[in-house]
Design a protein around this ligand. Structure first.
Ligand SMILES: NC(=O)c1ccc[n+]([C@@H]2O[C@H](COP(=O)([O-])OP(=O)(O)OC[C@H]3O[C@@H](n4cnc5c(N)ncnc54)[C@H](O)[C@@H]3O)[C@@H](O)[C@H]2O)c1
Length: 320
């Protein structure tokens, strides 16, 4: 049994690969190691993974169909963990075509190849962004607000969910869709708020607070998320969508308080207006994931941020 993991060099992908390797699975990772954020962070992740055992890495692009065909022929994966994407809401508004290429065409390539093979489980990583400004809080998987995405990023993610359904319907490809909610923790993404806040707090930099601090996020610790993701890979059940969040929502003001506490620093906050595409609140209803995946997030924000902080400092990211 071999699992193809796309986006293996990234934040979430590297954690999923690590967990699979540590339990003895054979993993083929693919990633184009693009420079959306500093490439050395992705290279560091890959170095760590290469030491863990049965891991083959292909540096390549999921929009490159011949490369993917070749990889499927050579490695004969039986499971797909599709994690690669152009992530980030604001950059998708600036460059929608780039987002469409990777997120839609790249996903379609993988689905096409999976219909031909012996794929027993396909996990597609969507996003909580698909809920847009839904007011039906907490968000449930069947919420029709997902038909009205408020950024190109969210629209590409919703599009992949629809394409996935078609491959389930036409070819019986078993697909579990994961909607992650603002993940944070070691190897986190440097463009995301938890990283930016830690960095600014530890270096005396400015924290940009968009809006009045009342926006709320369902911050989810990576160590809680990964077992849910892996359970989705291990339990194909047709076509299902799962929220993987913490299920507790924290205001921006509260988050900044936690950052101040874990770093022991006073914060230097600049107030700015809300950004286009930003949502007011994210909050996951995780009862379906609890019931069907045994998902059970346990880490309170302060504890998770303290772990993130310790990793951050140990890696020297607090240095200017
Ligand atoms: N981090 C979060 O809070 C969060 C929340 C919701 C959804 N997601 C989704 O989770 C997935 C992983 O996100 P992440 O936070 O780990 O981001 P990330 O940027 O760290 O990881 C994505 C990886 O995909 C790779 N990649 C991008 N385009 C590619 C292409 N065309 N071909 C091959 N590789 C490519 C990148 O190089 C990167 O290593 C994405 O699908 C993202 O949309 C993440």
């Amino acid at each position: 049994m071999s699992t193809l993991v796309t986006g293996a060099a990234g934040f979430l992908g590297s954690h999923v690969v690590e967990t699979l390797l540590r339990r003895g699975d054979t993993v083929v990772g693919i990633d184009n190691v693009n420079d959306y954020y500093p490439v050395h962070l992705k290279r560091n992740n890959l170095e760590l993974l290469k030491e863990l055992g049965n891991f083959t890495f292909i540096e390549g692009d999921i929009t490159d169909l011949p490369l993917l065909e070749d990889s499927f022929r050579k490695f004969k994966p039986t499971r797909i963990a599709h994690i690669a994407a152009r992530a980030g809401v604001r950059p998708s508004i600036a460059d929608p075509l780039l987002y469409s290429d990777t997120n839609i065409t790249g996903t379609l390539n993988l689905l096409e190849l999976s219909k031909q093979g012996d794929i027993e489980s396909f996990v597609l990583t969507s996003s909580s962004s698909v809920y847009g400004n839904s007011t039906a809080i907490p968000f449930k998987e069947e919420d029709s607000a997902t038909d009205k995405p408020i950024s190109q990023y969210a629209a590409t993610k919703k599009a992949t969910e629809l394409l996935a359904y078609t491959y389930f319907h036409l070819y019986g490809l078993p697909i579990n869709i994961i909607r992650p909610f603002t993940l944070y923790g070691p190897r986190g993404r440097p463009d995301m708020a938890p990283w930016l806040f830690l960095k600014a707090a530890l270096t005396g930099g400015v924290i940009k607070q968009f809006g009045d601090g009342s926006t709320r996020r369902d911050y989810t610790f990576i160590g809680d998320f990964v077992p849910g993701f892996v359970a989705a890979l291990d339990r194909p059940m047709g076509y299902e969508i799962f929220n993987l969040g913490n299920s507790e929502t924290v205001s921006l003001k509260e988050m900044l308080q936690v950052v101040s506490e874990v770093t022991g620093k006073e914060l230097n906050i600049e107030l700015l207006p809300m950004q286009p595409g930003d949502v007011e609140c994210t909050n996951a209803d995780i009862s379906k994931a609890r019931a069907k995946l045994g998902y059970n997030p346990q880490t309170p924000l302060k504890e998770g941020m303290a772990i993130f902080h310790d990793w951050f400092v140990s890696e020297g990211h607090h240095n200017l």
